[in-house]
Write a protein that binds this ligand. Structure first.
Ligand code: CP
Length: 340
């Protein structure tokens, strides 16, 4: 409902200052306790527009809103919400009934902030690389837009990832591996990008390990390098899995597809199935320095990670998921200008 000319969007961790990143993690720690059940956002309204499915993100925002006294409105595109067009200058004679300019213009009159989940199309590489859907929505909205996972980023996941490592390893600078994993279908780059940016913000030595051909987006890698160097950390990329795992204190597994096979679903699927030896199993974890295991979830057992790891003592995936709730309370307060 704000008429602010500069809403506090949270679209990518690459756009957060180091001070804001740290203050969000600190706020999440405060909100983990009784402060997180105080009516800090009483009377505020938060909208959640989902173009895609969710378990954690939606639940965490609904619970966060409830705990802080705000009201959350859930809107699912294709499930009760008009189908939305985001491109400029198109003749809307197809499936889309409403443009984001009107849709989010209206939501801005009724809400104090709005979250948007809009995954990558995996068909149009340029549009995905520009994060066109969420960027067009942010341009149309006069209230803060929170990215609940877009084509290129998932900042709330990256914040929770960094918080999990901070809690587990006490803020120590450590070797963190963002570890590519096989899958049954190609997946977007949003989560590995967010994990990379979150760990870079935290000043770790981040190693992105993947088979040849699965490069992350060069601009995100460059942003992560700059963030890490500012904190005394590093970012490197390797195709040598053994080298990556040696000395690692954190193994963050995630499947993602190859950008070179955009719009070629059969070839892209074959590519992500072609490296089963990259599944994270007990042998891989034994090669580390007693690393903790992280994954954003949902995860396919036996494909991305072996049961022995997911069910074993090194797994922290449930703590990591719980941290979504605490960081999302922090970002809600931040978006609405409330000091938690
Ligand atoms: N990790 C994550 O964002 O989970 P959901 O897709 O269930 O929201």
């Amino acid at each position: 409902m704000s008429g602010s000319l500069s809403p506090r969007h949270l679209l990518s961790l690459a756009e957060l200052s180091p001070a804001t990143f740290e203050s969000l993690l600190d706020a999440a720690e405060r909100l983990r306790g009784p402060r997180g059940r105080e009516p800090l956002l009483a009377g505020r309204r938060f909208g959640m527009v989902f173009f895609n499915a969710s378990l954690r993100t939606r639940t965490a925002f609904e619970v966060a809103s409830f705990d802080l006294g705000a009201h959350a409105v859930y809107l699912q595109v294709g499930g009760g919400l008009w189908s939305l067009e985001h491109r400029s200058g198109v003749v809307m004679d197809g499936a889309h009934a409403e443009h984001v300019k009107e849709g989010f213009g209206v939501l801005s009159r009724m809400l104090d902030a709005v979250g948007v989940r809009a995954f990558a199309s995996l068909t149009d590489a340029d549009e995905d690389a520009r994060d066109a859907v969420i960027r067009s929505i942010a341009a149309a909205s006069t209230v803060p837009v929170l990215n609940l996972e877009s084509a290129m980023d998932h900042p709330h996941q990256g914040l929770a990832d960094a918080l999990t490592v901070r809690r587990e390893l006490g803020g120590e600078r450590v070797k963190v591996v963002v570890h590519w994993a096989p899958h049954v279908k190609p997946l977007p780059l949003a989560v590995p990008h967010a994990a990379l940016l979150g760990f870079a913000h935290a000043g770790h030595d981040v190693v992105v390990a993947h088979p040849e051909g699965f490069d992350l987006e060069p601009g995100t890698l460059a942003s992560a390098r700059a963030l890490a160097e500012a904190r005394g950390g590093t970012v490197s990329v390797t195709h040598d899995r053994a080298e990556a795992l040696h000395g690692a204190r954190v193994v963050y597994a995630k499947a993602w597809g190859t950008r070179s096979l955009y719009g070629q679903p059969e070839a892209a699927t074959a590519a992500v199935r072609a490296h089963p030896e990259w599944t994270v199993d007990g042998k891989a974890m034994a090669a580390t320095d007693e690393a903790i295991f992280l994954h954003c979830l949902p995860v396919r057992r036996g494909v991305v990670v072996a049961d022995e790891v997911l069910d074993g003592p090194q797994s922290r995936v449930l703590d990591q998921a719980e941290n979504r709730l605490h960081v999302q309370k922090a970002t809600l307060c931040h978006a609405m200008g409330v000091e938690p």
